[in-house]
Design a protein around this ligand. Structure first.
Ligand SMILES: *Cc1c(COP(=O)(O)O)cnc(C)c1O
Length: 495
């Protein structure tokens, strides 16, 4: 299977090449030329464990990897050494017709682990398949969770260096501590005086800078990305939507072939795009519901067709969704437009130059039948956390709470009682301060005390990795201006 760029200005590549490159050379994103159909029955799906499900899904997209290779990788990534749940990603009931897909049982307690535990295996194998001798330099911009998950996934992987940029003061103290305590000879963490969009844009510019690429090539190195702009990061996420469907069947909540709704709290449109791919492959889905926080650029574009990033940026209690430039929305538009790369290139050029573009009406109509969108502001998010705790003792993290709030609003106005999966993207312990506040509890001084207080309220233990981070030395403390990012990359790579 070949991968093509959403901007249409470079030749098709193999899956291994797409994963090595990350971003397409013309600045677009790689997408599979066709979307494969799920070839197994629902009964067969229900009999698979998580590693099997993931290997089967990935094999459909990665025809240059053997089934045996993929089985080995998924067994090495998705096991009880790395995940605190035997099910890897359990599906639990929240209320009638409504279930949470808990994606936060990995080593960093957020859903990014689902992809970043497997991605280093995919990348190392891709490098091998291309017969490449170059060192791979992973450059990553993070709004908090990707950074740590990527550092954990790539640390001490031979032939790879990883540099993570995060917005100074724009991530939670826990997220910052998790990143800055990362061990490993090949890991580098840099705090940037700007917001996530500044970091992400600068990283994209560094990727695309011809001089920088020559400089790298002379030193036997090549860039790649661990952000969801890399197909190798996005694609593993498709698997857990098949997995949750199988879980609902096994629990007797649905019958084979029944439709479900999928709600995803999102900022970069990555996780919901993975759900959409599952739907295109044949997973029976009635509605995809895109949930935003106060930074509701996606809600607006889905409802009105106008993508306008010229707006105030809010720092919210769900920082991993504080995003105004939503990279993966480009993949989605490219796919639903029937791969109209000229259109996509002109829209994203307009977004870059003027900060706005308008999707034509025909295309809008095409997705509005099955794509819904809504947002939750800070007060609503907090109220949702509080109410579910009071009603059934379940503690939602703020990102998941955004998804739950948007679903409840949708459910009220539509009366739709289709069984619904909400992607639960983080452990509440990762955001204990905001969660304790939302619960109306006293917030003690210091992170460790906050973790303890939340453990008592939730009647659940603090996840091991978060507890351990409290006692590890800070190993990274570099701070740069946005303009200094390219130089620090050179400095790090010259050491
Ligand atoms: C990254 C992240 C999101 C948003 O993911 P997208 O790739 O933007 O869909 C949501 N919640 C948490 C906890 C995250 O870490």
């Amino acid at each position: 299977m070949q991968y093509i760029s959403s901007r249409g200005q470079c030749a098709p590549v193999t899956a291994a090449e797409a994963i090595c490159l990350g971003l397409a050379p013309d600045g677009g994103l790689f997408v599979p030329e066709t979307i494969p159909a799920w070839p197994y029955s629902w009964a067969e799906l229900a009999a698979m464990d998580y590693p099997q499900t993931a290997a089967k899904v990935m094999k459909l997209f990665l025809d240059d990897y053997s089934e045996e290779e993929l089985n080995q990788m998924t067994r090495a990534a998705y096991n009880t050494h790395n995940f605190s749940s035997k099910e890897i990603a359990p599906t639990v009931k929240l209320t009638d017709h409504c279930y949470l897909l808990e994606l936060f049982h990995g080593p960093t307690a957020a859903f990014k682990d689902m992809a970043l535990q497997i991605m280093p295996y995919l990348l190392v194998k891709a490098v091998e398949k291309r017969g490449q001798k170059q060192e791979v330099v992973i450059l990553t911009a993070t709004s908090g969770d990707t950074g740590k998950a990527a550092l954990e996934g790539f640390k001490d992987v031979p032939g790879v260096k990883i540099i993570v940029f995060y917005p100074h003061g724009g991530v939670s103290p826990m997220q910052e501590r998790q990143m800055n305590t990362t061990t490993g000879e090949n890991t580098f963490v840099v705090s940037v005086k700007g917001n996530f969009d500044h970091c992400q844009t600068a990283v994209k510019n560094i990727f695309g800078d011809p001089q920088m690429n020559v400089w790298l090539a002379e030193r036997g190195k090549q860039f790649s990305s661990a952000n969801s702009i890399n197909w190798g990061r996005l694609m593993p996420q498709i698997a857990y939507y098949f997995w949750t469907y199988a879980s609902l069947m096994r629990q007797g909540q649905i019958k084979a072939g029944d439709k479900i709704n999928i709600v995803v709290p999102t900022g970069n449109f990555g996780n919901i795009l993975a759900a959409w791919y599952a739907g295109q492959m044949g997973l029976p889905v009635r509605k995809f519901i895109c949930a935003s926080n106060q930074n509701k650029v996606l809600t607006d574009v889905i409802q009105t067709g106008v993508y306008d990033r010229r707006r105030e940026f809010y720092q919210t209690s769900s920082p991993s969704m504080d995003i105004l430039v939503s990279s993966n929305f480009e993949r989605f538009l490219f796919a639903v437009s029937g791969y109209d790369s000229a259109k996509i290139a002109s829209w994203f050029a307009a977004l870059k130059q003027n900060g706005v573009f308008t999707i034509d009406e025909a295309l809008q109509k095409k997705f509005q039948n099955w794509l819904e969108a809504g947002f939750a502001d800070e007060a609503k998010t907090a109220a949702t956390i509080q109410r579910h705790y009071a009603q059934n003792g379940y503690v939602l993290d703020p990102h998941t709470a955004v998804g739950v709030a948007v679903y409840e609003e949708y459910q009220k106005t539509s009366g739709d009682s289709t069984p619904t999966i909400i992607a639960s993207t983080a452990s509440p312990f990762k955001f204990s301060h905001s969660v304790l506040q939302a619960l109306g509890k006293e917030v003690p001084q210091g992170e460790e005390a906050q973790l303890e207080a939340l453990a008592q309220a939730a009647h659940k233990p603090v996840p091991d990795s978060l507890a351990q981070a409290q006692h590890m030395p800070i190993l990274h403390n570099t701070v740069v201006e946005v303009e200094g990012m390219a130089q620090i990359v050179k400095d790090i790579l010259s050491r």
